[in-house]
Design a protein around this ligand. Structure first.
Ligand code: MLT
Length: 406
């Protein structure tokens, strides 16, 4: 008899964004004349920057010619891309990251979800609350948690991020081994300053813990005191792995390209306390389970670092941040408490009622899709998230509709 992995049965039956899509589809079928404005999942709407398109076209032409055709690429990704990332995302800012420490992948979702495979089942895991559901669900699948009760899984350590602590969790009051941090935060849009991030790095050093730092939204940072990378913090290379993505930065959600930085000095320990290189383990894992990102896509990602690419990416980010500003101003003027939207495409809004009820209210009365905060965890209840990834026209229309009903 084939037996199921019972850990999967602890999960909610569908992933948050699949559940939303299902509900929206049903509503649209029942109300075919309503024009729906989607501000739920953070999916970009602007086309790829022209520099990326041009590079991708050239790469496709190379694939059409025997003399330039490419088969399997290098396991960690093409050196041309890893060199650009190391130079422009790190070394230019005096952060010592080498191309060899960078692993190209098809998404930060996959990498943040897969990285936990490198660790024992008995480690103690800390996750923010509210949280990007992937961090939690992948640890549930791996069997590190107990049952789901009162909005939380047993055996997970939740780092509450609430209005009371300005959406910046306190350090754990007990020993934990693996800590997920995401800044600028999804879903709250909150940011962390260098001094506070230093405290997390110090905690990890003291406890021989590891920080998985999700920086998928770093391109939205506008203020100089906010770190773009955890590796700006002294000694972070010993205790942190960083995830970045071209999805939100350059509109690659449908194109797929991201990268993970695993510093050479980063280790986990055997039962006997012997250090093991995480770089070697991740390389072993990726070369076994992953065959890389296509050549044309890696060429398109490389173009993000060209002078034209940089300008075009910046324009797109500014466009979304202008949307975010409009959303935040409108919501605040209506008297709601909200955060985010300044260094982030997300606006986290206190709705002071059941978040799925508010989701239904916005959908039914205004044809607007949001993400209910409860989907991000217990501390998300009473909140909704609006995404600024949309056209300016749609955002203006959505804000008008919201003003009409609130
Ligand atoms: C979100 O809306 O939270 C993101 O789009 C999810 C993701 O990037 O996977």
């Amino acid at each position: 008899m084939i037996k199921v992995n019972e850990n999967f049965l602890k999960l909610k039956s569908s992933y948050l964004f699949s559940e939303i899509a299902k509900r929206v589809k049903k509503f649209q079928e029942q109300n075919p004349n309503v024009s729906i404005i989607k501000m739920g999942i953070g999916d970009v709407t602007l086309p790829l920057p022209p520099a990326c398109i041009k590079a991708m076209h050239c790469a496709i032409d190379e694939m059409a010619d025997t003399s330039t055709f490419k088969g399997y690429g290098p396991e960690q990704g093409y050196l041309f891309l890893r060199e650009k990332i190391a130079k422009f995302d790190f070394q230019k800012n005096n952060i010592d990251i080498e191309p060899d420490e960078i692993f190209i992948s098809d998404g930060a979702k996959c990498d943040t979800g897969n990285f936990q495979e490198l660790f024992s089942q008995t480690i103690k895991v800390a996750v923010p609350d509210p949280v990007y559901p992937v961090y939690v669900d992948t640890n549930v699948m791996a069997g590190r948690t107990g049952e789901f009760k009162n909005g939380q899984y047993k055996n997970l350590f939740y780092l509450s991020s609430t209005k009371q602590n300005n959406y910046l969790p306190d350090l754990p009051n007990q020993k934990v081994d693996l800590i997920y941090l995401c800044f600028p935060n999804n879903p709250t849009g909150a940011t962390i300053d260098r001094n506070t991030l230093q405290k997390w790095v110090d905690f990890a050093l003291e406890n021989k813990a590891l920080i998985l730092f999700d920086a998928a939204y770093e391109a939205f940072i506008q203020e100089p005191n906010i770190p773009h990378s955890i590796f700006e913090i002294p000694n972070a290379k010993k205790v942190a792995v960083e995830f970045r993505s071209f999805s939100k930065t350059a509109g690659f959600t449908g194109t797929r390209c991201a990268f993970t930085v695993v510093p050479k000095e980063c280790v986990a320990y055997t039962e006997n306390g012997k250090p093991v290189s995480l770089h070697s383990l991740w390389l072993r894992r990726q070369s076994t389970k992953f065959n890389g990102v296509s050549y044309p896509v890696q060429r398109a990602a490389e173009a993000v670092y060209s002078p034209e690419g940089k300008t075009e990416v910046k324009q797109n980010i500014t466009y979304y941040l202008n949307n975010a500003k409009l959303i935040k101003n409108t919501i605040q003027n209506l008297g709601f408490h909200c955060v985010g939207g300044e260094n982030s495409p997300y606006i986290w809004i206190e709705c002071k009622q059941n978040s799925w009820d508010f989701f239904d209210f916005l959908l039914e009365k205004a044809g607007i899709v949001c993400t209910p905060g409860e989907g991000f965890g217990k501390c998300g209840e009473g909140y909704i998230r609006l995404s600024a990834f949309n056209s300016k026209e749609n955002v203006e229309e959505a804000m008008q509709r919201i003003k009409n009903i609130l």
